[in-house]
Every structure is written in structure tokens, then in C-alpha cells.
Write a protein that binds this ligand. Structure first.
Ligand SMILES: Nc1ncnc2c1ncn2[C@@H]1O[C@H](COP(=O)(O)OP(=O)(O)OP(=O)(O)O)[C@@H](O)[C@H]1O
Ligand SMILES: [Mg+2]
Length: 474
């Protein structure tokens, strides 16, 4: 689609010249003769670039830009190039401050105009790309899942989010506790207010107070300026106390005080500050046990744990693995600018059978690695050794698996064979399929078959199986 240039000038001749030049270059051109008219038509014109005269009857060009930058809909904002008969430096400064991208002197020089336009359009394209990346980053916070466990969790989130109640999220590492906290914030009335994450375990002991509550200038060596704390920054929004179970006890006491009174003071400050924040906390520790062990304040625990939410481990919702895998494959491909790859059903089945000690984070990392390292389609053969080995072990352990196999229809030729030949034939076909699936990697295949590597070699020799023989049948 050709870019649209919107020329706003009260001189008809200038508009006509610009139109002629730009239409000759393949642009779509719209015109207006005053700032008021430009503002009124802006939404409908959807210009990419606005060429705006500084001196206009009615509101001036500079006032026009200032009004445009205040318009709600950021997407319809054009990139602005000012044009001026006798621009002063002050005009130029004001124009830039108000958000103009460039300023061109009249009489308009064709080359200068084209360079300015190309630069402006290039910058716009870049801004779009950044916006796309930002949208993608937001997508990273979408929660995926359809299992009973996650559906129940979604329902709880929907119920709790609009209230301002405190929530304590528990769950193993990598189960999505942070996503839940963000989802609670996004679905709340505070969604457009700040969401401030505090990693309680990562702040050094000496800094935790100043990080949370800020400090006055001169409060301690190195405090060269007043600093706002995270509670202050989060005012009106949500503060997310992540890894709250690992917070040192002195900080626990301070946080308790804020939760009780909403008040605190900056380090080295006298004045009591009041904030209005919603508190969401998360931990992968068993906080009740920590309380019993005297490592976590009981009063703080009760303050935080108004509504408990539990992020289920991935092994308890294996039916989400296919959906999560597909979502992560797509995301990884997009993020790395690759064509979308597919993951085979067998590979997904194997991923679903794996217990995922590192939960969704581990699955996501594995998929990302697979996407980067594998060809167009991801098969069992691409999966990491430890996953293959663990699933093979589990499958061998579960005794009821064979009972679930469907009955096999045997072709007449097979039924005609004596038992020994039939067995060899079936064994050969089975091993060949497994070898194919694993790219003829002997040790992997042996692990999957549950036999020693040397044993597999022996069998292959006995059955006449080798990589070169793979296409010919017996
Ligand atoms: N339901 C889900 N849908 C999509 N992605 C998810 C889901 N749950 C978790 N993830 C992804 O898994 C990763 C880990 O999630 P998150 O950081 O929220 O876990 P956590 O419980 O806070 O882990 P930790 O205890 O280690 O801090 C993130 O990349 C997140 O985007
Ligand atoms: Mg986390």
C-alpha cells in the first residue's frame, strides 16, 4: 500500500506543488488548509506523514502538533515534518519538543523533501516493528491450558482478580506463578496502573529496605539523591512480592508494617508515607512449614494468605502438554524469525509422558532448543536423551500398557509363516521403525527398547538390519 502524506498549508500553490511531486513518486496525497481542518480530518485520512506549515491562519502549526500529540489514539498519529518560511531556532526547538520529526525550510527543495520523507517513513516502519515486538512480549504472558486443573485455576483468577484482596500463589518452580500474578493484575481495575515485581530473594540484605521503601538523600553513604522505593512506585497498582518465602526476617517485619497500616517511611526519613497497593505474593516454599520452623513470621503469613492460589505442577496436567508445546513451537519460531515448524504426534506423546520436574519453564526451554536445532519437523529422534530414557523407563514400568494395545490385523503372508520366521520378521520391522524414528542412533534406540546397546547390535546383525538395508524389505 502506498504511504499517505497529508500536506497542511494555507498556500494553495504549495499544496499543489507538493501533491504533484509526491503523487509522481507514488504516494497518496491528502491536503488541508488549516490546523483545525487537519485535526478534524486526521482520523479519516490516517496519514503516515504530516507535512505541516508552521504559520497557519487560526491555530498555528506548533499548536496543531501539540494537540495531535494529545490525541488518544496513538496508532493514528502520523510522523510530523514541519515546513516553514522563516523558521527560527526557537521554532525548531519547540517543534521538536512537541514531537515533530524534522523541519524543512521553504521554498521546498525536492531532494530535501524526499530525504526527509524517506527517513520519516523508515523510522515509522521501525516503530511498528518495535510495537509488534512489544505485543509479542505481552503474548508471552498469556496463559495456555485446557486441562481440568488449569481451567479451575482460570476460574479462580477470574473470580479473585476484580477484588482487591491479597493473594498468595504457591507452586513448584516453573509452574507459572508469575503469569498468574500478572493475569490477576491485568484482569483487575488496576490494569493500567503499575505492576511492580519485587524479587524478595534477590535483593541484597543491606539494600532490601531502601529498595522497598526508598531513601532520603544522605540516609547512608552512597545515598546521593532521594530515591523512591518499590512500594511508592507501585502506588495505585499491584506489588508482586515474588519468592516471598525467602525474604530475610528484618524485611518481613517492615513489610508486615506496611500491610497492616499502608504506611512506611523512606530510609533516613521522618515522614510517614501512605500508599494504596494491592499485594500479591508468590513462593515455591511451603510457607506453613517455614512458619512452623520459625523461619517465616506467622503474622505476615496470615496477612499475605488471604486467598491462596495453587499453580498445579505440569505432571498433574499432562493433557496440557500438546497445547503448550504447539504454543511454544509457534512462539519460538516467530521470535527467531523462522518458518513455523511442526512437532510430530509421537514426539508430543513422549513429551506428555515426561514428568517435567522443572514444569512449564523446562518444557518451554526444551521446545525452544528443539526449534533452533532441528529441521522443519521435530520428531522423537530430536528429543533430549534424558527425556527419551525417562519415558522409556516409565513405559516399561507400567504393566498395564500392553493391555491397552489394539489388536493387530496380520496379512495372510505373515500368518502363513512358521512361528520362528514370523517372530524374526516382526522383530526386524519393529526395530527398523524404532531405528528410523531415532535417526539410527543405536544407543538411543536401545534405551527406548529397554535393552543394552551391545544387545541391539547383536540383534541387528542377526536380523540383517543395517542402515543401508533400511529401504529394502526382507
Ligand atoms: N499456563 C502457561 N501458559 C504458557 N506459558 C506458561 C504457563 N505457565 C508457565 N508458563 C511459562 O513458563 C515459564 C515459567 O513461568 P513463571 O515464571 O510464571 O513460573 P514461576 O512459577 O514463577 O517459577 P519460579 O518459581 O521458578 O519463579 C515462563 O516462561 C512462562 O511464560
Ligand atoms: Mg517466578
Amino acid at each position: 500500500m502506498p504511504s499517505t502524506i497529508f500536506i497542511v498549508d494555507d498556500e494553495k500553490n504549495i499544496r499543489r506543488t507538493v501533491r504533484m511531486v509526491l503523487e509522481g513518486e507514488g504516494f497518496t496525497v491528502e491536503e488541508a488548509s488549516s490546523g483545525e481542518e487537519a485535526l478534524a480530518r486526521l482520523p479519516e485520512v490516517a496519514a503516515d506523514v504530516l507535512l505541516l506549515d508552521v504559520q497557519l491562519p487560526g491555530i498555528s502549526g506548533l499548536d496543531t502538533i501539540e494537540r495531535i500529540s494529545k490525541l488518544k489514539n496513538q496508532e493514528t498519529q502520523p510522523t510530523i515534518i514541519m515546513i516553514s518560511g522563516h523558521a527560527t531556532l526557537a521554532d525548531a526547538v519547540r517543534a521538536t519538543k512537541a514531537g515533530a520529526y524534522d523541519l524543512i525550510e521553504k521554498p521546498l527543495d525536492r531532494e530535501r523533501l524526499m530525504v526527509a520523507l524517506r527517513n520519516a517513513l523508515e523510522r515509522r516502519a521501525m516503530a511498528r516493528e518495535v510495537e509488534g515486538l512489544r505485543a509479542m512480549a505481552e503474548e508471552r504472558f498469556e496463559m495456555v491450558g485446557r486441562s481440568a486443573a488449569i481451567t479451575a485455576l482460570f476460574a479462580q483468577i477470574a473470580k479473585v482478580a476484580p477484588t482487591r484482596t491479597r493473594v498468595l500463589i504457591t507452586g513448584e518452580s516453573g509452574t507459572g506463578k508469575e503469569l498468574i500474578a500478572r493475569a490477576l493484575h491485568r484482569a483487575s481495575a488496576l490494569a493500567d496502573k503499575p505492576f511492580v515485581k519485587v524479587n524478595c530473594a534477590a535483593i541484597p540484605k543491606e539494600l532490601i529496605e531502601s529498595e522497598l521503601f526508598g531513601h532520603e538523600r544522605g540516609a547512608f553513604t552512597g545515598a546521593t539523591a532521594r530515591k523512591r522505593g518499590l512500594f511508592e512506585i507501585a502506588d495505585g497498582g499491584t506489588i508482586f512480592l515474588d519468592e516471598v518465602g525467602d525474604m530475610i526476617s528484618s524485611a518481613q517485619a517492615k513489610v508486615l508494617r506496611v500491610l497492616q497500616s499502608g504506611e512506611f517511611s523512606r530510609v533516613g526519613g521522618e515522614q510517614a508515607l501512605k500508599v494504596d497497593v494491592r499485594v500479591i505474593a508468590a513462593t515455591n516454599r511451603d510457607l506453613q512449614a517455614a512458619v512452623a520452623a520459625g523461619e517465616f513470621r506467622e503474622d505476615l503469613y496470615f496477612r499475605l494468605n488471604v486467598v491462596p492460589l495453587r499453580a498445579p505442577p505440569l505432571r498433574d496436567r499432562a493433557d496440557d502438554v500438546p497445547l503448550l508445546s504447539a504454543a511454544f513451537v509457534e512462539l519460538a519460531c516467530r521470535e527467531n524469525g523462522m518458518k513455523v515448524k511442526v512437532i510430530s504426534d509421537e514426539a508430543v506423546a513422549m513429551l506428555s509422558a515426561y514428568p517435567w520436574p522443572g514444569n512449564v519453564r523446562e518444557l518451554r526451554n526444551v521446545i525452544e532448543r528443539l526449534v533452533i536445532l532441528s529441521e522443519e519437523s521435530i520428531g522423537v529422534g530430536d528429543l533430549p536423551e534424558e527425556i527419551v530414557a525417562e519415558v522409556a523407563r516409565k513405559r516399561r514400568e507400567s504393566t498395564d500398557a500392553p493391555a491397552m494395545l489394539p489388536r493387530v490385523e496380520l496379512p495372510a503372508e505373515a500368518r502363513a509363516l512358521p512361528l520362528r520366521e514370523f517372530r524374526d520378521h516382526m522383530e526386524r520391522e519393529y526395530i527398523r521403525i524404532k531405528l528410523d524414528e531415532n535417526g539410527w542412533n543405536i544407543s538411543r534406540t536401545a534405551t527406548l527398547l529397554g535393552i543394552e546397546r551391545t544387545n541391539l547390535h547383536k540383534k541387528m546383525r542377526a536380523l540383517g538390519l543395517s542402515r543401508d538395508s533400511q529401504s529394502q524389505s526382507t
